[in-house]
Design a protein around this ligand. Structure first.
Ligand SMILES: [Cu+2]
Length: 68
């Protein structure tokens, strides 16, 4: 497993956190997604053979948030 931290801008409430946690958590190869509103970031634990940071970033943007 690998862990990556992704900075996200545009989250404004716990609903955003729940949405992104769900979006990231559903991606193949993701073991856990820990999204923090206060820090504006997601910490994702994943299997590098099945998932990549690029896929996470794309999913975050598709959900309507920006990468900072
Ligand atoms: Cu929100």
């Amino acid at each position: 497993m690998e862990t990556t931290t992704i900075q996200i801008s545009g989250m404004s409430c716990s609903g955003c956190v729940a949405k992104l946690t769900s979006v990231l958590g559903r991606l193949p190869g993701v073991q856990s997604a820990d999204v923090s509103l206060d820090n504006g970031r997601a910490i994702v634990q994943f299997d590098p053979a099945r998932a990549s940071v690029d896929v996470f970033k794309q999913a975050i943007e598709n959900a309507g948030y920006d990468l900072s």
